[in-house]
Write a protein that binds this ligand. Sequence first.
Ligand SMILES: [Zn+2]
Length: 76
Amino acid sequence: MPQIKLKVVRDAVSPPPWSAPSGAGPLFTGNGDTDYVCGVCEFVIAAHMGAGQRVASIETECPCCGAVNEVSIGTD
Ligand SMILES: [Zn+2]
């Protein structure tokens, strides 16, 4: 399963080691096979995104390390 790192627009706010909060899961889930992960800690932010699926360009804070990632999927 391919894994793509998202672009970090604000660095992590908490120091490593990072651990995902219990119950934290992907913010987006699709039906493909590409995972988009936090550019800092590799927490999965958008899971199983498929070709043709789109997530408009948004900025989202990683629940794990606090970095802000720019999520822009399928907009190329
Ligand atoms: Zn993170």
